[in-house]
Design a binder for this molecule. Structure first.
Ligand code: COA
Ligand code: MG
Length: 295
C-alpha cells in the first residue's frame, strides 16, 4: 500500500448533471470537490441528456476543484456508457454507486484499463447497501493492492436507511456503527472516508452538529447537497486553532535539545510519545495543504 498525497476533501458537493443553474454556479463555489451526478439526482428520462451536458461542461470549463463524476451502476442500462463518457471527460475520479464487493471495483478498473485510462484516474466507491457494509474489509484489501485505483469511500446514508428500514434516531445513533465501520475500512485500506449528506439543508444548527460528529468519527469530510453547507463543512473539517496550537507544542517539545532522542516526554503534565509527534506533524501538514489550496 503506497501512501497517497493528502488532498483536502472537507466539503464535497453533489451537483445534479441535469441542473443547468447548479452547474452554472460551479466556478463560484468554495468546496474542495464536486461530484457531478448522473445517478440518483437525475431522472431516468434525463440520463442521456445529462451525460451530454457534462461532456460539454468538461470541454468548455472544467471546475477548478477536484472533480468527480458519479455514474450509474455498471449493471444498469446507463452504466457502461456513463463510464466510457466519464473516462473521456478526464475527471479526477469516477464515483461508483451501489458497490457491493471488490469485484465491482475491479470490473470498473478493468474497463478503464482497457481504454488505457491514466493511472491518475481514481475510483471512489459509495458504501450504501447492507452487503457493502458487510464486505468493507474486502474493499480495504482491494485498496491495498499496488495498482488499485480506489481512493475514497463515500457513505450513502439515504440508501442505507432505505435498504435497512432503520430510523437513524437522534445524533444518527443507529447509523453510527456502520459509519464507524466505513472509517475503519478506509483507514485499513489507506483511503479517505466521506460522511453522508444532511437532507435538511435549511437547518444550519443540525448541520453544524452533524459535521462535528462526522469529524469526531474520523471522516475526512462530508458530502453535501446545497451550497449553503460548504462553509460550515470547510470550517468543521479543518484542524481547529486549539488542535493546531497543541500540535505545535508537541513538535516544539520534541525539538528541545534536552528531549533529543527521547521516546516520551511530559508536556503540561501529560505523557506525549513519538506517535503523538507523528500525529501532530500530520495535522500541521494538513493545515498547511488546506491553506495552500486557498481557504
Ligand atoms: N450545486 C450547485 N448549486 C446548487 C445546488 C447544488 N447541489 N443546490 C442548489 N444550488 C443552487 C440553486 O440552483 C440556486 O441557484 P439559483 O439561485 O441560480 O437558481 C441556489 O443554489 C439556491 O438554491 P435553493 O433555491 O436554496 O435550492 P433549490 O430548491 O434550488 O435546490 C435541492 C434544492 C435539494 C433540489 C438542490 O440543492 C439539489 O438538487 N441538491 C443536490 C441533490 C443531489 O445531488 N442528490 C443526490 C446525492 S444525495
Ligand atoms: Mg445512493
Amino acid at each position: 500500500m503506497t501512501a497517497r498525497p493528502f488532498r483536502p476533501r472537507r466539503s464535497v458537493l453533489y451537483v445534479p448533471a441535469s441542473n443547468d443553474r447548479a452547474l452554472a454556479k460551479l466556478a463560484r463555489l468554495d468546496c474542495d470537490a464536486v461530484i457531478l451526478d448522473l445517478e440518483d439526482a437525475v431522472a431516468p428520462d434525463d440520463k442521456a441528456a445529462a451525460r451530454e451536458r457534462l461532456r460539454d461542461l468538461f470541454a468548455e470549463a472544467r471546475p477548478g476543484c477536484e472533480t468527480v463524476v458519479r455514474i450509474n451502476a455498471l449493471s444498469s442500462a446507463w452504466g457502461t456508457e456513463d463510464l466510457l463518457a466519464a473516462r473521456g471527460m478526464r475527471p479526477d475520479a469516477i464515483l461508483l454507486p451501489k458497490v457491493e464487493s471488490a469485484r465491482d471495483i475491479a470490473d470498473a478498473a478493468e474497463a478503464l484499463d482497457e481504454t488505457d485510462a491514466p493511472a491518475g484516474l481514481r475510483l471512489w466507491a459509495m458504501v450504501e447497501t447492507p452487503r457493502a457494509v458487510l464486505r468493507l474489509d474486502d474493499l480495504a484489501e482491494h485498496a491495498r493492492e499496488p495498482h488499485s485505483r480506489l481512493d475514497c469511500l463515500v457513505a450513502g446514508t439515504n440508501d442505507l436507511v432505505k435498504d435497512t428500514g432503520i430510523e437513524p434516531g437522534p445524533d444518527r445513533r443507529h447509523l453510527v456503527p456502520w459509519l464507524m465501520q466505513i472509517v475503519l475500512a478506509a483507514r485499513a485500506g489507506g483511503l479517505d472516508a466521506l460522511d453522508g449528506v444532511s437532507n435538511d439543508f435549511r437547518d444550519t444548527a443540525a448541520f453544524a452538529a452533524e459535521c462535528a460528529a462526522g469529524r469526531a468519527m474520523g471522516f475526512d469530510g462530508k458530502t453535501l447537497i446545497h451550497p449553503a453547507q460548504i462553509a460550515p463543512a470547510n470550517a468543521a473539517f479543518a484542524p481547529s486553532q486549539s488542535a493546531l496550537a497543541e500540535a505545535r507544542a508537541v513538535v516544539e517539545a520534541f525539538a528541545g535539545p534536552h528531549n533529543a532522542g527521547r521516546g516520551v516526554v511530559v508536556l503540561e503534565g501529560r505523557m506525549v510519545e513519538r506517535l503523538h509527534l507523528e500525529q501532530a506533524e500530520r495535522l500541521l501538514a494538513k493545515a498547511a495543504r488546506i491553506a495552500e489550496a486557498g481557504s
